[in-house]
Each structure stands twice: as C-alpha cells, then as structure tokens.
Design a protein. Structure first.
Length: 149
C-alpha cells in the first residue's frame, strides 16, 4: 500500500513533538509528504459574559493564526528538513473534527500523532481517541508519558 501523504497534527507542545522521529522515519521510508496541522480554538463557540464585540474575537484569531503560521514554519525548518515536502495547515475549530476534515479533504494515507496533548491526566487524550475511533485511515499514536510540555 503506497503512503504518499502523512498528517502530523500538533499543538506545538513538547508532547506533540514526541511524534517527530516517527514522522521523519516514515517520511524518509516512503518519500511521503508531511502535512502539519495546528488547530486554533474557535472562540466564537464560547459564551462571553456581558457584551463582547465580534471584531475583538476576529483580531485575536488573526493574531493567533499569524503566530501559528510563524511557529509552524520554524518547527518545519528545525525538524522536518529531510522531508521531500511538507505542507502547513492552520484551522479554526475543534481539534479532532479539524483533523478528520483534513484527512478527508487532503486524502491522507496515514496520521501520526501524540497520544496525549497538553490536557488531562489520562495516557490517551480525548483528541487522539476521537481521531482513532473515527479516522478512515491508519492512525499511529505515540505515547508521551515522559515528554515535557
């Protein structure tokens, strides 16, 4: 089975970066594209106390998107140099849903992700669990118990 596109979702934490050696190894072996995804929390989904201008939310989202793109560029430059091609994606929404959307929209062949992000005390995070249970392609989860955040 050819593997041409690998998705690595990241929250840019140390835990997420534990997947990098696996991403690099698989990419080298299959000469696959790496698609790196960062998801920005959708602030419009929250209820705010009092009046809260939507243009304020838009400014926050634009700033976070600009910052995310810069950080992804740095991350790719520092850690994915040997890859034949890497594509950076920034989305706004619920992380698991956005990961699943990108799998479908970009026709990914595989996902490699940390099994636990920056939240919770369980070894398998809720985002990883949702992706594993709903992904139409194989998902490799990398344990992160000893990683730094």
């Amino acid at each position: 089975m050819p593997i041409k596109k690998i998705l690595w979702p990241t929250d840019m934490s140390g835990r997420a970066q534990t997947a990098l050696p696996y991403v690099n190894s698989l990419t080298e072996r299959y000469q696959a594209e790496i698609h790196v995804l960062y998801v920005i929390e959708d602030l419009t989904a929250h209820r705010w106390y009092g009046e809260f201008e939507t243009d304020h939310i838009d400014k926050i989202l634009k700033w976070e998107e600009k910052t995310a793109k810069k950080r992804l560029q740095q991350l790719c430059s520092d850690h994915l140099e040997g890859c034949p091609l890497y594509v950076r994606h920034v989305a706004v929404g619920e992380p698991a849903r956005e990961i699943l959307n990108l799998i479908e929209n970009e026709k990914m062949d595989m996902v490699v992700m940390a099994s636990r992000g920056t939240e919770g005390q369980f070894a398998f995070g809720s985002v990883a669990e949702k992706v594993v249970k709903n992904s139409p392609v194989p998902v490799v989860t990398i344990p992160t118990a000893s990683a730094q955040t």
